[in-house]
Design a protein around this ligand. Structure first.
Ligand code: PLP
Length: 499
């Protein structure tokens, strides 16, 4: 029996799962400042996991077969309505995540305008990559408008970019990379004046900004209270602290949602009716989100937001006071972006933070903005411990000196056309970037090199990736992912031989 197919006892399964998790970033503790969000409420967490397990096998494909899932979804939409200043007409859909919510906002906007043959959407250059994915999937041209010096959308430039092909205008509350809220009122007014839908991407701020406003903070308007806002996305698996796999896409009216539905009765099976990209949908994330949101409640979220914002303020103040680092913008929510100045290298700072048990996400340079670090602060993030680690990390990074990409390699990268790169050239690039195992390589990966590997310190790789033109960076990273996502080779020997 092969090691991939032989049955394992329950004890062995648990042991292997635990061992596999050892290589993952921690989900709890507030030290992983991207990907995960931690409320630090162990009981709620346990309850949510129970709910996920209880409904993992239920199928949201047919809400008449599983009315429990529909009831929980409607409950979550009603909860969101209170946060979003929603009119009574508001309706919503639970999706698998922020990207699916954004994809559906674009798909719905496109399909609402069959009269437009070559549809486009107007985006600030800070809009999440989910909209570029939507452009790619749905054939909607992305018209990207530069943001202003404060990294916020430029409403006048966006208004000027709207034309007869525009089916959607997008704003963020806040943007992922810089953590600032776009001037939604002006952007939505421009969209409304042109008779175009306006989507507010509040995937990461939708469960924070309403509470921030209730806590007396200045929050520029972005909800359905703003005329012209037609849809909003807000993720439950981010700052609602729900298990992964849950986001909401809300529309001002049922008519705005209608084109999102897909129906097909033109085959011999059941009439397929979907409001989402997925057809079969696990009930696990629905129940996990419902349990979390109902267990925490408005008062709980108010307190979690108070903590996360206090931690964000303290962290931002710490960064502003630290020689060599500079805030990209004063945070409007719980996200912080910072660049390094002078000889300090931001990628080395990320490595040094990792060595101290903190995951800080590196962001590549974009336009005039140099590379930066990104923090999504959780309610459990300890700002004092963070600032102490950051102070040490900056000192260590300064002592190590910046990682400088070899100018010859940079020139070579700039001259490459990613569209013409074959697998062997990509293998060579991965090897040159240190993303391939060297020495006693175990595998026979394509091109004959070793298997893909992440170096312990990423600054060198990141410096090269940062120097590479964006399209080349995409091609190299896709090649890397492609090589990572391959099953381990089967051991030599006849198929069916004993383990
Ligand atoms: C503003 C914004 N939109 C969309 C997304 C995509 O969300 P997801 O990763 O859940 O697909 C994110 C993720 O961070 C985000 O911050």
């Amino acid at each position: 029996m092969s090691p991939h197919t032989g049955p394992l006892g329950a004890h062995e399964v648990r042991a292997r799962l635990a061992a596999l998790r050892q290589g993952d970033l921690p989900v709890h503790g507030g030290r992983t400042l991207a990907y995960v969000y931690d409320a630090g409420l162990a009981e709620v967490d346990a309850l949510a996991r129970e709910a996920v397990a209880a409904f993992a096998g239920s199928n949201g494909l047919d809400p008449t077969a599983f009315p429990s899932l529909l009831a929980m979804e409607n409950d979550l939409v009603a909860f969101a309505a209170e946060l979003l200043d929603a009119p009574e007409t508001m309706v919503g859909t639970l999706t698998s995540g922020g990207t699916e919510s954004c994809l559906l906002a674009v798909q719905g906007a496109r399909d609402a305008r069959p009269d437009v043959t070559r549809p486009s959407m107007v985006l600030p250059d800070t809009a999440h990559a989910a909209f570029h994915k939507a452009a790619h999937y749905f054939g909607v041209r992305a018209v990207v408008v530069p943001t202003t010096a404060d990294h916020r959308a430029d409403p006048a430039a966006m208004a000027a970019a709207i034309d007869e092909t525009t089916v959607l205008v997008v704003a963020s509350a806040p943007s992922y990379a810089h953590g600032v809220v776009d001037p939604v009122a002006e952007v939505a007014a421009a969209a409304a004046a042109a008779g175009v839908r306006c989507h507010v991407d509040a995937c990461i701020g939708g469960w924070v900004l309403p509470y921030a406003a209730r806590l007396g903070r200045q929050v520029s308007p972005w909800t359905f209270a703003v005329p012209g806002v037609t849809s909003i996305s807000t993720d439950l698996h981010k700052y609602a602290y729900a298990p992964k796999g849950a986001s909401l896409l809300l529309h001002r009216t049922p008519a705005l949602r209608r084109p999102q539905y897909f129906a097909d009765a033109g085959w011999p099976g059941y009439t397929m009716l979907n409001a989402t990209l997925q057809s079969t949908r696990s009930g696990g994330p629905v129940a996990g989100a419902w349990a979390t949101v109902r267990a925490i409640g408005h008062d709980g979220y108010l307190e979690l937001t108070r903590r996360a914002l206090a931690a964000t303020d303290a962290i931002a103040d710490g960064i502003a006071g630290l020689d060599g680092l500079r805030l990209v913008a004063q945070p409007d929510s719980t996200l912080v972006g910072a660049t390094a100045e002078g000889a300090l290298d931001v990628f080395t700072v990320c490595d040094e933070m990792a060595a101290r048990g903190w995951f800080v996400q590196p962001q590549m340079s974009f336009g005039d903005l140099p590379a930066s670090l990104h923090l999504a602060v959780s309610a459990t993030t300890d700002p004092d411990a963070f600032s102490a680690a950051l102070t040490d990390a900056v000192a260590a990074a300064r002592a190590a000196g910046p990682v400088v990409a070899d100018p010859e390699v940079v020139a070579l990268l700039a001259a490459l056309d990613p569209a013409t790169l074959g697998e062997e050239e990509l293998d060579a690039l991965l090897a040159a970037g240190g993303l391939t195992e060297t020495g006693d390589a175990t595998g026979d990966a394509a091109g004959g090199g070793g298997g893909p590997v992440l170096p312990e310190r990423m600054a060198g790789v990141n410096a090269l990736l940062d120097a590479a033109p964006a399209r080349l960076r995409e091609a190299v990273l896709v090649a890397f992912l492609d090589r990572l996502a391959r099953p381990a080779p089967l051991p030599a020997g006849p198929v069916g031989s004993a383990e």
